[in-house]
Design a protein around this ligand. Structure first.
Ligand code: ARG
Ligand code: ZN
Length: 500
């Protein structure tokens, strides 16, 4: 959760809103919800044996028979998160939201590839009334149970085939509240719109998805909101926003793979500053009007931090940087891809440095399973220390020593950060002891190997998925040292490490 030092607001400066808006007819999503019952479709599911190479005589025929995809992606700490049997390539979210009615309605198109012969498959979706589901344009049967939406297409989907699912739905989004120590997350209605932060599994509160970071996809958003409001999503605005009939549609595109928890459609009244970082990268900062005093500072600090990280971690992986401050008092920030969100506070330099480091560690490189969360949070915390040193404040060594001074009985030592616990995912140890682990590693292998490792880690796994053993293997390879004892002591032992 990064440090929660709340910054004092900087001087207010030039404010501009997301421009005047053209007047072209827009296809606002209808706000009507339809009957809930699953549509009835003749299902020929179990009678098909249409795998590409399936022969009724071959001994592997059983393997190619259509089966339901698993209801979870295989993360044993979060057994129903995500789903098996397919891999999403792209989401198109055409959604309309009316804050006064707290009503979200629209269609999600999911383009995916089957990884087995599918009789049916699941999507993750909480709440809403689903009125219609099609697969490749043909109506499909669907069933709801908890957060699982099971789709049974009219015909089974052969292994390796690509398919498109359209889910039409509507209702009042309900964020996840106070589930263990995660606070409130997901689609969170605010006074004038919504604050949308999905970590770890809140995408399901606003669109049907494979809601686990192990399945990354590209996104297009077409977001329709009452005229006068701004809808912000990941990536870049496509064309000018269009207003018709009192509603404005914003199209955004994130063309780089993204984990579902990083997707956002944060909307409301925003003051926006747009331009480029000193290094020439697109930069967009947006703040709720009550935080207008922090807009300029958010914009400037985000720009200089992004440029500095690019020199240390390698080229910025996405098409723009920036940040969004909204008035929902989340008490945390989230590294939403291209647009970190700050929930109810004016961010200081440390937390901006943290969330922007996540663009490399967490967003471009995503974890395959939540227990490796230190690969996100330990790195982003260490980045805060690097920023502090870079700015002439406390050095990484001083900060390491300060935290290492925690008494033997401090809870940071009884929680092994290399194994984040599902019931206490964002424990301080995952952040601070995770960061200390990197400093211990740096002391052991030296600056040259350490910074080479950071760059190579990022370049090798760009836009991909990673695990802790992969990081340890690369550290050993680059340093030529056996680091087993070091990582055991720092990541996997519930005791204060004594050596590094
Ligand atoms: N990854 C975020 C950060 O580092 C913390 C997100 C916390 N999420 C939550 N549901 N409480 O700053
Ligand atoms: Zn973080």
């Amino acid at each position: 959760m990064a440090s929660k030092r709340l910054a004092t607001t900087a001087t207010a400066a030039l404010l501009s809103t997301l421009g005047t808006i053209g007047t072209v007819a827009c296809a606002a999503s209808s706000g009507e919800s339809a009957p809930a019952a699953g549509s009835t479709v003749n299902s020929t599911v179990n009678s098909t044996l249409s795998g590409p190479s399936a022969s009724p005589l071959s001994s592997s025929a059983a393997d190619t028979r259509a089966r339901p995809g698993a209801p979870g992606i295989g993360d044993s700490d979060f057994p129903t998160d995500g789903n098996g049997g397919y891999d999403v390539d792209h989401y198109l979210l055409k959604l309309g939201y009316t804050p006064s009615a707290k009503h979200l309605a629209g269609t999600a198109r999911i383009e995916a590839r089957a990884t087995q012969h599918l009789a049916s498959f699941n999507l993750d979706l909480s709440g809403f009334t689903v009125s219609r589901v099609t697969v490749d344009g043909r109506p499909a049967r669907f069933d709801r149970a908890g957060s699982e939406l099971t789709v049974t297409p009219a015909e089974s989907i052969p292994n390796d085939a690509t398919f498109a699912v359209d889910v039409t739905y509507a209702g009042e989004p309900k964020p996840v509240r106070n589930s263990s120590n995660l606070g409130t997350y997901g689609f969170i209605p605010t006074q004038d719109g919504a604050f949308v932060t999905g970590q770890p599994n809140g995408a399901k509160t606003w669109f049907p998805s494979n809601d686990h970071p192990a399945d990354k996809a590209r996104y297009d958003f077409e977001l329709t909101v009452p005229a006068g409001l701004t809808a912000l999503a990941n990536g870049e605005l496509v064309g000018e926003p269009k207003t018709a009939g009192g509603r404005t549609t914003f199209r955004w595109r994130e063309s780089h793979p993204m984990a579902s928890y990083l997707a956002t459609m944060t909307l409301g009244r925003f003051e926006v500053l747009q331009g480029k970082t000193p290094g020439g990268l697109k930069n967009l900062a947006a703040v709720d009007p009550i935080f207008r005093g922090s807009l300029r500072r958010l914009y400037d600090v985000s720009g200089k931090v992004t440029d500095y990280w690019s020199t240390l971690f390698g080229p910025y992986p996405f098409s723009s940087t920036g940040g969004v401050v909204d008035d929902f008092p989340a008490g945390y920030a989230l590294e939403n891809q291209t647009k970190p969100m700050y929930g109810g506070f004016a961010p200081d330099e440390d937390i901006i440095a943290h969330e922007l480091a996540h663009q490399w560690f967490g967003d471009s490189l995503s974890i395959k399973r939540w227990k490796d969360l230190w690969l996100n949070e330990g790195f982003a915390t260490y980045a805060e220390w690097l920023w502090s040193e870079h700015e002439g404040r406390a050095t990484t060594e001083q900060l390491f020593r300060r935290h290492y001074a925690a008494a033997v009985g401090d809870p940071i030592w009884s929680y092994a950060p290399g194994r984040a616990r599902p019931e206490d995912l964002f424990n301080n140890s995952v952040y601070t002891r995770g960061g200390m682990t990197l400093h211990a590693l740096r002391q052991r292998i030296g600056d040259q190997a350490f910074f080479k490792l950071l760059k190579q880690w990022v370049a090798t796994h760009k836009y991909g998925s990673v695990t802790t053993p992969e990081f340890i293997a690369m550290a050993e390879k680059i340093s030529g040292k056996n680091l087993e004892a070091l990582f055991d002591a720092w990541l996997f032992t519930a005791e204060k490490p004594s050596t590094w």
